[in-house]
Design a protein around this ligand. Structure first.
Ligand code: TYM
Length: 390
């Protein structure tokens, strides 16, 4: 009897899932600390109340910058808040500054580089100062396994990857939360005075059991938005939006400007996870991986949109839209649109096999990491120049 009930219950769940899939309402979650399920970015725009980046806006940015980064052109950065306002101010002669960051919970993986690469482009094209925050406090508070010593050590490791992206040392300052708290704290306090427990509960799902450091934390991530008396632009992936929804609500109450945001989708993990995850085995590729590790990981784990046999693949073709090797080329490793289109067409028609597509990716990643790792080594000597001295 119980078995029958269980079967009926399972059946019901399955029907519900199919119904939700049909209605485009599959369950997924996107918060600063958890991303799960198949992310529907169109729904995120609606649910978070952001705006889609339009072709018109891209034309405007291209006119001001002289060209357009492929991360914008390909809509990898797909959503924004107040970007129109930011560029209108810029045209009036009111320059903006940049702000982004990293929560040092482990090694840097290549997904983290996506917002940093666009941040560098903005710095180069618009001559901006950049504040880069390392939230060693956040990762200590939210991760029971990590000590403050661990998160600080990881922050300095991660900082090498940030320098390796090529930021201008004269216009870039690193903020290490536990070191630079003197600069952050007065601003964090102003935000904290306007922020209630019920708001953070509603936005982040905190409960009475959440430690009080976590409840306060978003004020620390808000603070750098107000470092300069100028508009602020934050390039980030959409998982971090919630913090700045709060900041933007509070800013006018403090007589301060709301920061503008530009959101990217996630670089998927090798195994096909929506957002690359260091805790799923084989999912993440780290900036310190060796050429051998790159080859092994891509060959073993990269989720493929190919057919089960070569004969079938030649006949039916592959699906680049779900193929991780293709997605990685599109998001990070093949800046040339023509080359990318050819790979897309050849894979779709069955001319290009999965093993050949993986080979293309492996070569691109190896070349990218070789350069990155040389720059990362050099960064060890440059670190001191980047750290904010207050
Ligand atoms: P963190 O360390 O989780 O992530 C650092 C930056 O990388 C983005 N990101 C990704 N982008 C594309 N594909 C992925 N798979 C992927 N995974 C992560 C994140 O959105 C983020 O932009 N609390 C923050 C640190 C922080 C911060 C900020 C981030 C402090 N101030 C201001 C953005 C803007 C954190 O833990 O990020």
């Amino acid at each position: 009897m119980q078995q029958k009930l269980r079967k009926a219950f399972k059946q019901q769940l399955l029907y519900k899932k199919i119904k939700m899939e049909k209605a485009g309402k599959e369950k997924f979650k996107v918060t600063p600390w958890e991303v799960s399920g198949k992310v529907d970015y169109n729904r995120l725009i609606k649910e978070f109340g952001t705006e889609r980046i339009s072709e018109n806006m891209l034309k405007g940015i291209e006119k001001l910058a002289g060209d357009l980064h492929f991360l914008l052109r390909r809509k990898i950065f797909f959503s924004h808040r107040d970007l129109n306002w930011l560029f209108k101010e810029y045209e009036k002669g009111n320059k903006f500054f940049l702000y982004t960051g990293r929560g040092p919970s482990g090694k840097t993986h290549i997904g983290h580089l996506v917002p940093w690469i666009l941040t560098k482009w903005f710095q180069d094209k618009f001559n901006c100062n950049l504040y880069f925050q390392f939230t060693d406090d956040e990762k200590f508070l939210f991760n029971p396994e990590l000590s403050l010593k661990d998160t600080k050590k990881l922050a300095y490791e991660n900082a090498l990857d940030v320098i390796a992206i090529g930021f201008d040392a004269k216009r870039t300052k690193f903020i290490m939360d536990t070191e630079n708290i003197k600069k952050l704290y007065p601003l964090a306090l102003k935000v904290a005075k306007k922020l209630t427990f019920s708001t953070v509960k509603a936005v982040f799902g905190f409960t009475n059991e959440t430690n009080v450091g976590s409840i306060f934390f978003t004020t620390i991530q808000s603070a750098p938005c107000f470092f300069e008396d100028k508009p602020c632009l934050i390039p980030l992936a959409i998982d971090q939006d919630a913090h700045f929804r709060i900041t933007r609500d509070i800013a006018p109450k403090l007589g301060l400007r709301k920061p503008a945001l530009v959101h990217s989708i996630f670089l998927p993990g090798l195994t096909g996870s929506a957002k690359m995850s260091s805790s799923i085995p084989g999912d993440a590729l780290f900036t310190t991986d060796t050429p051998k590790q790159v080859e092994k990981k891509v060959k073993k784990y990269a989720f493929s949109g190919g057919q089960p046999t070569v004969a079938e693949h030649r006949k039916k073709g592959g699906n680049p839209d779900i193929d991780i090797s293709y997605q990685w080329l599109k998001i990070l490793f093949e800046p040339d649109d023509k080359k990318l289109q050819k790979i897309y067409n050849d894979y779709k028609s069955g001319k290009l096999l999965t093993s050949e597509l993986k080979e293309i990716l492996i070569e691109k990643v190896k070349a990218f990491l070789k350069k990155h790792q040389v720059a990362r080594e050099k960064a060890k000597k440059q670190l001191d120049k980047f750290i904010l001295k207050d």
